[in-house]
Write a protein of this length. Structure first.
Length: 300
């Protein structure tokens, strides 16, 4: 693996670790304000933080990206991110966090399928084997032992997985062509504005509620949004979208590990097996280029 690809994978890994701790913060935040208000405030906060960052980065850039491409990328990525985060936030109201993590992370399967059908980009047999391993790992990590019972929240989260698939593919298309920090800024502002617009008409927003949800808002706004999504955009510049989705699925592993370390939750054998399988899936995908090069060529 070349240095750029390794750097991209490490950035995505760091973003996944940050996202792993975010589910708990999102649930706690909704004890005080509605899902659209929570999403709107955290994303607007992230967008405001990224404004000076993007201006500074723009001064350092040697070549300026097309303004049309920059605007188009921010709008499309923002629309996908808005739909995904709002569906996830509303779905979490009626679905437990474990099941939510599993359904949301189904983008690990949807990304290669969509890339194959839409972009005509085959991920290769080894990475597809990694995707299958990751799906099994997610089931062991997140699916309830008693089995699934489909509820309204589950369907919303399935829609969230579809929208995250669109967001990943959209970032894959625009990140190499535009400023990464400006793309992050624009998608946050689009998501935040649309979420607050809906919240103003559908939810009661009070200053006391916002203050009580301040810690979850700050974590998800500054770290889970501003930092982690920017890491995703920069990391995906040099990473295949299917491999990126595999690495980002480690979010589920980090969520379980965070619960064990920070909250004292005990990991059972099933969860440990799921973590091991997920790491194996990512390592297999990372080694895919090396394995492909070492394969003997068929004689003709």
């Amino acid at each position: 693996m070349d240095v750029k690809a390794l750097r991209g994978s490490l950035l995505l890994l760091l973003g996944s670790a940050i996202w792993g701790a975010a589910f708990a913060a999102q649930r706690v935040g909704m004890d005080h304000i509605g899902p659209f208000a929570f999403t709107g405030i955290r994303m607007l906060l992230a967008g405001l933080v990224m404004i000076p960052v993007s201006l500074y980065a723009g001064k350092k850039q040697k070549t300026r990206p097309s303004a049309r491409q920059q605007t188009k990328g921010g709008l499309l990525c923002g629309l996908f991110l808005f739909a995904a985060t709002c569906l996830q936030q509303v779905g979490l109201v009626s679905t437990d966090a474990g099941k939510a993590g599993f359904i949301t992370a189904l983008y690990v399967v949807l990304v290669p399928v969509a890339g194959w059908l839409i972009l005509k980009k085959s991920p290769g047999k080894i990475i597809l084997a990694g995707v299958a391993l990751a799906l099994l790992a997610l089931y062991l990590l997140c699916a309830p032992a008693s089995g699934f019972r489909i509820e309204t929240g589950d369907l919303l989260l399935l829609g969230c997985a579809v929208c995250f698939t669109g967001q990943i593919l959209c970032v894959d298309r625009f990140a190499p062509r535009v400023s990464g920090s400006a793309l992050a800024r624009d998608e946050f502002l689009v998501t935040g504005f649309l979420s607050m617009l809906i919240a103003l008409f559908t939810e009661e927003i009070s200053a006391d509620g916002v203050l009580e949800a301040a810690v979850p808002i700050l974590y998800t706004g500054l770290f889970s949004s501003a930092v982690a999504y920017t890491l995703q955009i920069v990391g995906q510049r040099d990473t295949d979208p299917t491999l990126a989705s595999l690495i980002m699925c480690l979010e589920s592993v980090f969520a379980v590990l965070a619960g064990a370390v920070l909250l004292g939750e005990r990991m059972n054998a099933r969860e440990i097996s799921g973590c091991a399988l997920m790491f194996a899936a990512v390592i297999l995908a990372q080694l895919s280029p090396v394995i492909q090069r070492k394969r003997p060529r068929k004689k003709t």
